[in-house]
Design a protein around this ligand. Structure first.
Ligand code: NAI
Length: 326
């Protein structure tokens, strides 16, 4: 089997090379993201392996089909960037890695939350310049605060366990709730009104784009913190920026951004960025942005490469595809 892996970074290659010792596949690593211009690179490959910001729409799938690709093996949990129904209709199944380390993402959301509420990024910059003054660094306790968890799947549940450790009251909203000890399931409106922290752990679907918008931000406390480690388009970024400017929110920590494709995972330190909304968000003192790195732990990268290659092996052997997107 020949696998064309797109949007490759050094850490992807290291982990895939290690996992591939057991499989012996021919893996060709490409730096560019998969899109209409680069899809031709997959010529002669049996499998393409895209990542979260690749474009796998009808046009790309048509090119892949023409060039002989037989399987799309996403190396991510999310698959909002793939037209999997169309792919299947032309005979190309899509598989993914549904769970590699939900802990990695949940822990990152709390790392960001703590950094935000305890102003760690400001403190770090100050002490590096030997400025040991504490003015402006007053934070809040998480203990006793209300944590609003939107989406109680694998990552949401890890986050719930962490929040319990902090002694937080936990509210949750999920269209498919199932009872969890110590968690009060409620409607979205109540969750937004009562939570001191609102954190998103749901997939991006055609129904929930801009779930957090001017109206829903209005429902939140003016002091509330918004955390997003799921998908950028769950939040209307312009509305978020306006709310922050008008001090209608305590702050925001974003590991994902709706227009992140082409920006995140690249070094733009020489040129700066053309996206004014993102630039303005980054400049806010109560905003913390990371470049979609919630998944980036050794454990998660190993699990991603191992599951991806095992997905390919199931396909090669004509077995039922355990992790097919349907
Ligand atoms: P999961 O499938 O285990 O759980 C998702 C939960 O969200 C389910 O319980 C589902 O019922 C619920 N849900 C669906 N629509 C909803 C809505 N409109 N409102 C509230 N809840 C809703 O997924 P998992 O593994 O927990 O991952 C969640 C998301 O995290 C992924 O879809 C992906 O977008 C994102 N993710 C981000 C990563 C990062 O590096 N920042 C890495 C991995 C995943």
């Amino acid at each position: 089997m020949k696998i064309a892996l797109f949007d490759t970074k050094s850490y992807d290659k290291a982990h895939f090379d290690e996992a591939n010792k057991e499989y012996g596949y021919e893996i060709v690593y490409y730096d560019p993201s998969l899109n209409r211009d680069t899809a031709i690179l997959a010529k002669g490959a049996d499998v393409v392996c895209p990542f979260v910001n690749c474009t796998v729409d009808k046009d790309v799938i048509d090119i892949l089909k023409r060039e002989g690709v037989r399987l799309i093996a996403m190396r991510s949990a999310g698959f909002n960037n793939v037209d999997y129904r169309y792919a299947l209709s032309v005979g190309i199944p899509v598989v993914r890695v549904p769970a590699y380390s939900p802990h990695a993402v949940a822990e990152h959301s709390f790392a960001m939350l703590l950094a935000l509420v305890r102003k760690l990024t400001h403190a770090y910059v100050r002490t590096r310049e030997f400025n040991f003054s504490l003015s402006g660094l007053v934070g809040i306790d998480l203990y006793g605060k209300t944590m609003g968890i939107i989406g109680t799947g694998k990552i949401g549940r890890c986050a719930i366990d962490i929040a319990k450790g902090f002694g937080m009251r936990i509210l949750a909203y999920d269209p498919y709730p199932s009872a969890i000890d110590g968690v009060e399931f409620t409607d979205l409106d109540t969750l937004l009104r009562q939570s001191d922290v609102v954190s998103l752990y749901c997939p991006l679907t055609s129904e929930n784009r801009h779930l957090i918008n001017a109206k829903t931000i209005d429902d939140m406390k003016d002091t509330a913190y918004l955390i997003n480690t799921s998908r950028g388009a769950l939040i209307d970024s312009e509305a978020l920026l306006e709310a922050l400017k008008e001090r209608k929110l305590g702050g925001a920590a974003l590991d994902v951004y709706e227009e992140e494709a082409g920006i995140f995972y690249t070094d733009q330190s020489d040129e700066g960025i053309a996206d004014d909304t993102l630039a303005r968000l980054i400049s806010m003192p109560n905003v913390l942005i990371t470049s979609h790195q919630g998944y980036l732990t050794r454990e998660a990268l190993s699990a991603i490469s191992e599951t991806t290659l095992s997905n390919v092996r199931e396909f090669e052997e004509g077995k039922e595809l355990t992790n097919q997107v349907k």
